[in-house]
Design a protein. Structure first.
Length: 234
């Protein structure tokens, strides 16, 4: 009889594999972008291993390239990754009882795609071995795919023609991961307010418009959720 770990791993891979279509070019663009601001291949891959967050990497690279103050770079990365606090809190019950080092490794490997496709199943599943297999196997696959694809971008930065305009693939990848999350009204409100805010405030100095847009989106999402909860309680 097949182990529940293998069963969960197989289903996790089946759910996550479609996201690879957008993940590969996104990682390649990240590698090219890191080289374009002057990072050496070693520095670029070091950042890739340490940060392992494509959105934060791409969001902070223009600041690094322009010599922005360290506090602003740190704040931008922090704000761009605030969503992982919500992701982690949502998935925490699925890892209840697991050893600390396993939970620590799981937090490092958590990505938007895994949360988008697997959060509901991880919360509903009762078997801890199935949950672990469902999460860890596609997460390790994602990490390896990201590192290898980024390395291709880093090493091929001077070879890939700039006219290919691969940047649009990053937007596609983000949209592929975002759509499954837009299941409830507060998420729609957060996305719309955050997007509009970032566009309208794009002229703020030091690229603070992006941070302001994210903050507005989070605040709007929380407000919408509280309003819906208040109506349901009446």
């Amino acid at each position: 009889m097949e182990s529940t770990f293998r069963s969960g791993a197989r289903e996790g891979m089946r759910d996550f594999l479609p996201l690879s279509v957008g993940l590969v070019p996104w990682a390649m663009v990240t590698g090219i972008a890191m080289r374009s601001i002057g990072l050496s291949p070693l520095e670029a891959m070091g950042m890739n291993l340490l940060v392992y967050a494509g959105t934060a990497q791409l969001g902070t690279l223009p600041l690094i390239g322009s010599g922005a103050p360290l506090w602003l770079i740190f704040l931008t990365a922090l704000v761009l990754n605030l969503r992982f606090i919500i992701f982690s809190a949502t998935l925490a019950p699925a890892f209840h009882g697991h050893p600390f080092m396993r939970r620590l490794a799981s937090s490092y490997l958590l990505v938007d795609g895994m949360f988008a496709v697997g959060a509901d199943k991880l919360r509903r599943a009762q078997d801890p071995d199935w949950r672990w297999g469902y999460y860890i196997v596609p997460s390790i696959y994602c990490w390896m795919l990201w590192q290898c694809s980024t390395l291709i971008g880093v090493l091929g930065a001077g070879v890939i023609p700039q006219g290919w305009s691969l940047e649009f693939m990053t937007t596609i990848a983000l949209m592929v991961m975002m759509v499954p999350m837009l299941r409830e009204r507060p998420m729609w409100v957060a996305g719309l307010v955050g997007g509009l805010g970032a566009v309208l405030l794009r002229d703020l100095p030091l690229r603070l418009g992006l941070i302001a847009g994210i903050a507005l989106g989070i605040a709007a999402g929380f407000a919408a959720e509280r309003m819906l909860a208040g109506r349901a309680a009446r």
